[in-house]
Ligand binder design. Sequence first.
Ligand SMILES: Nc1nc2c(ncn2[C@@H]2O[C@H](COP(=O)(O)OP(=O)(O)OP(=O)(O)O)[C@@H](O)[C@H]2O)c(=O)[nH]1
Ligand SMILES: [Mg+2]
Length: 327
Amino acid sequence: MLDIQDMAKQVLAGNRRALARAITLVESGRADHREQALELLETLRGHGRTALRVGLSGTPGVGKSTFIEAFGLMLTAQGLRVAVLAVDPSSARSGGSILGDKTRMERLSRDKMAFIRPSPSQTQLGGVARRTREAIDLCEAAGFDVILIETVGVGQSETMVSEMSDLFLLLLAPAGGDELQGVKRGIMEMADILLVNKADGDLKLTAMRTCADYSGALRLLRKRPQDPQDFPKALTVSAVEQNGLDTAWAEMTTLNNWRRENGHFKARRAAQARHWFEAEVRERLLARLAVDPVRSVMKDLGSKVENGALTPSAAAEALLCEHLSLD
Ligand SMILES: Nc1nc2c(ncn2[C@@H]2O[C@H](COP(=O)(O)OP(=O)(O)OP(=O)(O)O)[C@@H](O)[C@H]2O)c(=O)[nH]1
Ligand SMILES: [Mg+2]
């Protein structure tokens, strides 16, 4: 039997093993674990700690892992505690990224000031969202100063990560003008800071040109209320040579401080909390439809609708009121 109150105490004390066990608990699909996870999260609610939650996205190979290792080490050297969470909806399929990240973030994973948690093998984006959101809460309760949430750039997962971050960074590769247009407008609009990575060696000039192109593109976007002047902005970095990381951190700090002073930080977190509440309700309602007995009732009602024995509306009414007790 898990002692949830004790686990909560140890998480609050910043015990990394307790934190790891707590994350395993919120990841579990078992009903009894779910109940304990809710108790744990409820016990920890209102702990009063605030980490800076930073989402980071980018296409495969752009240098996310290399960047996180270098950036994370820079922050821990400044005395900050850094947690890294990876969101990879495809990890169940590829199976390779967890191993890859562990070897790539070798130094950071050995750092006592850092905590790295790879993505679990889970395919459903909904499950990944809840797990990541709760893992963020746990890391925050454990007193981490910065939580980096990495995701590979595949559409939906970026939106999801930006909905759980205070700042959202997009890591980009140096490239010609064609590829600039390959970045979807919606993703550009979510980003607070664009980082053109690999600004070193032969790629340095291309990176600077790419950065200028993106700066131009950002100026054309609609101004957002949550931005001070000159944001969002594009910068060049080299994760390998560890260049520009301090500037990136300074810009992130400037933006975050401004948002905190102007009420945007709190407002964004509040809106996110509401968003995830509604998403969870939707998700769980849909999940009910997919399992028996509701699933078979739905199938039967569907047949009756097909052969004209019931109207679609009457069948829907019957399902929702009689079988889901929603009216
Ligand atoms: N020249 C140069 N190469 C880099 C830089 N950052 C990363 N790379 C290289 O780019 C390749 C991919 O880097 P990763 O950090 O694994 O990229 P990733 O975005 O995590 O990739 P996935 O996990 O597959 O999505 C590696 O060979 C890195 O050495 C950089 O700043 N400069
Ligand atoms: Mg990686």
